[in-house]
Design a protein around this ligand. Structure first.
Ligand code: PMP
Length: 426
């Protein structure tokens, strides 16, 4: 079946508008490590996918999944060692305050549950989110999805605040004063919630602002913002769906990068390396207060296969030293991107953490007008040349580079030289 026939079949079976990447979509049939292969056998370097965090079809994860599937997979209301072993290991990697876990099947579900907990515990309804974010697709979580609503809040119980950044800052202030300016937006939103009688439940943020475009956050912002939240009795929910599981290189979790431990951390995508495994960690007092009043049950969340997979993912991160690799190769990628920035005026800014990097493309370095058409062209052209990347940001102009963590310096060289060639032609 050719691409057009497949597209027609997709539209008929899935409805028109089911999202796809690239002007000419790719038909992927196999993955291994950092490589993807299409139906014609063409090989692509995957510089985009964080779900297969430890590498596509990693044999240790696949083996764990198959072994446990053959033995037992049942819902989660029986005693089983695996959930206890997994949660013990997972929480040991988190801040000491986050000792209990709820396992779910998607990041959306984890965030939905975190919102529910925050509203239940505080008795308030108001949630603060950033003005260029995405946290999932359920009705309550979609209320926070501002990236598709031009940064506007959609309902009264959610307020979107400007995400903190240094490239296009909200004021002329710099350093700590800029952090104060952004943190004051949090305070303002809390006060408004109180005045409007909505009450305040908390703030839900990705600690590295991944969907916002990985901005350089003014130093001290998170401390100041979360202080306002805690002073008002609200909870801080850190969404680790993109930032977690060694992605940032320096730390296992994004909240450790910003130095503020949350009350609840939600996780997903890389947690199961492609298998639907997600969840949240929370302090035991909050967990018990919630469980006492609310019967929360998740049929698939925490089943033996999920936990075997989750454990295998953690084994690989540890055995293959993927945190170190994310740090070292991530630095190497950023150095290479900065060299390209010196050569190509189109690159206005380079930033990121570990193996999660962005190159912001601008038409002019002074006006900083976003070069979205050029970004789209580059992403499509890179794909033609066998390198898969994506783009993010409110101006749709930031090249997004977030490969599986076993990405090597040799892989980085291929990314950088292909990008150099493609940019030379723009
Ligand atoms: N949080 C963040 C930061 C995300 O980027 C996403 C998905 N892109 C989600 C939550 C939702 O996760 P899921 O698609 O597994 O529901």
């Amino acid at each position: 079946m050719n691409t057009n026939e497949m597209l027609e079949r997709r539209a008929r079976l899935l409805g028109v508008g089911a999202p796809l990447f690239y002007d000419e979509p790719v038909h992927i049939v196999r993955g291994e490590g950092v490589w993807l292969y299409d139906a014609d056998g063409k090989k692509y370097l995957d510089v985009y996918n964080n779900v297969p965090n430890v590498g596509h079809s990693h044999p240790h994860v696949v083996e764990a999944l198959c072994k446990q599937s053959k033995l037992l997979n049942v819902h989660t209301r029986y005693l089983h060692d695996f959930i206890l072993d997994y949660v013990e290991r997972l929480t040991s990697l988190h801040d000491d305050s986050l000792t209990t876990t709820f396992i779910t099947c998607s990041g959306t579900e984890a965030n939905e549950l975190a919102l529910r907990m925050a509203r239940f515990i505080t008795g308030g309804q108001g949630i603060i989110c950033s003005n260029a974010t995405y946290h999932g697709n359920s009705e309550a979580v979609d209320e926070l999805g501002t990236i598709f609503s031009e940064g506007k809040s959609k309902v009264k119980r959610v307020k979107a605040i400007p995400y903190p950044e240094s490239y296009r800052p909200i004021s002329d202030a710099e350093g700590e004063a800029l952090a104060d300016a952004y943190a004051n937006e949090v305070k303002k939103a809390i006060d408004e919630f109180k005045e409007e009688g909505i009450g305040f439940a908390g703030i839900l943020l990705c600690p590295i602002f991944a969907n916002e475009g990985l901005p350089n956050v003014p130093a001290g912002y998170m401390q100041k913002a979360i202080q306002h939240v805690r002073d008002a009795g609200g909870l801080y929910i850190a969404d680790e769906v993109q930032a977690g599981f060694a992605r940032t290189g320096s730390h296992m979790w994004g909240y450790q990068v910003s130095g503020v431990a949350p009350d609840i951390a939600t996780m997903g995508k890389p947690m199961g390396n492609g298998h639907p495994l997600a969840g949240l960690v929370v302090g035991v007092d909050l967990a018990n207060a919630f469980r006492k009043e609310v019967m929360y049950f998740n049929t698939f969340g925490g089943n033996p296969v999920q936990c075997a997979v989750g454990m295998a993912v953690l084994d690989v991160i540890e055995n293959e030293k993927l945190l170190d690799n994310s740090f070292t190769v991530g630095e190497y990628v950023r150095e290479g991107l900065r060299r390209l920035q010196n050569k190509h005026d189109l690159i206005g800014d380079v930033r990121g953490h570990g193996l999660f990097n962005g190159a912001e493309l601008v038409k002019d370095r002074t006006s900083k007008e976003g070069a979205s058409k050029e970004a789209a062209h580059i992403v499509n052209e890179m794909k033609e040349r066998g390198v898969l990347l994506g783009k993010i940001g409110v101006h749709d102009n930031i090249l997004k580079m977030r490969p599986p963590l076993p990405f090597s310096k040799v892989n980085a060289d291929q990314l950088l030289s292909t990008l150099d060639d493609v940019m030379a032609g723009v």
